[in-house]
Design a protein around this ligand. Sequence first.
Ligand code: UTP
Length: 493
Amino acid sequence: MPTTTPPAPPIDASLIARLQGAGQSHLLRFAPTLTPDRRAALLAQIEGLDLSAIPSLVETYVKAKPTFSLAASVEPAPYYPNNHASKSRAWDRARFEKAGQDLIRAGRVACFTVAGGQGTRLGYDGPKGCYPAGAVSRKPLFQLFAEQILAHSRRSGKDVPWYVMTSPLNHDATVAFFRANDFFGLPPSSVMCFPQGVMPSFDMKTGRVLLAAPDEIATNPDGHGGSITALHKSGAIADMKRRGITTLSYFQVDNATVQALDPAFLGLHASAPDSSAEMSSKMIPKAYAEEKLGLFCSCNGRTEVIEYSDLPMDLQRQTLPDGTLRFLAGSIAVHAMSVEFIERLATDPRFSLPYHRAEKKVPCIDPETGEKVDPASPNGVKLERFVFDALPLCRASIVYETDRIEEFAPIKNAAGVDSPESCTRLQTERAARWLKAAGIEAPLTSDGKPDCTLEISASTALCASDLVSTDAGRAAVTRLRSSPIPRGANILI
Ligand code: UTP
């Protein structure tokens, strides 16, 4: 007997009215032509939108461009200098490092990586965490972090759970990658991947939500600030509470040399006298005034990150009598966060983070004709939340200085600044520095840079002193003593 496809159920009149009210009726333009399955998928996507919020989002962020207003008082944020013996602010490194180690040993700390970005600038076909970033080994970014977490877990005798935020666009590929690689030696029960939310992408001119296809709304991940809601909605916060986790070590997926766990930083966050232990940050000194890093500022007494494009250039160029930049503290998006603070932000609407507007090229279809549009210039507005907007919501927040070569080797672009090539160079410089401190010289070029490519595995050393204080570190140094590093060599240590 021939089968007939059942007719698609009529569209709920209240949905039609709500779409009209939000100025988004065009989303149903092609619904009558869709198969029941595809129509149901489109309707589910529309139901997932917060239609009541759309008109004000369009007015505030799409039709208007919100302007940044500088606080009445903007000062450089104070920070704990990397040199704990610095005259500017001496602090007891041994005490805070121990406090951080105690937290890890007590099983209170988890790692949290935001990996839901689209990585458009790098243009890599796959989740960025799968990118082969190891200078010599070509290990993927996820593996570089996993090996650090494993080394810390072994040393502390406690599993360190790892939460990885993906997006609906890369979640399945990320999970499949972890599975295919046996979670890089971590217990699978300690790794939790969960997708962040998305926002609809808007037509820049009309404020209408763009359609990616007749049956699909164009969306974008809702920014790393979306992690606050996603941690809560996914059940990750509940999972942390079950495990007794109080503190998250937050970092981005594209920084190959980030310290996944830094005991001194965690200790400062948890117990420095001026910390609320809600959210703390790491900074590096900006290399030059125009460097495109957000800046830690104290705005009316509260620590904030001001984007480099928002802080007036004359302020960014100000120098102190010794010539250093007055606004020096550049953000590298590394934070320590309390689970309780995240839960408060996620559940109390008074703490919801603002949106930031970005103009982007968004492939879509013409809502009148259904024809594909591949824009040559930005046609869409994407709305994202940024995690650093949580800083001024803390009761108090501290900043800790770290060293660029030690832990900032981002991969953002395919070439040039912050590229795989610069990342390889920085990994090599760091390895050469650690080896030098252990008495091993790498061959140098005439300008003093390593004339070779080096990478030190986390299983060998997590920091310079491990090369002299651990068995694995000392064994590596002994091997290198017996066969010095030749020029042009590629060596995984
Ligand atoms: P970027 O701002 O560098 O964005 O993200 P991106 O999407 O990775 O790259 P481009 O701009 O498209 O080239 C900084 C960090 O925040 C994460 C990224 O995965 C990266 O670790 N992120 C960004 C998210 O997790 N979700 C987002 O919605 C945006």
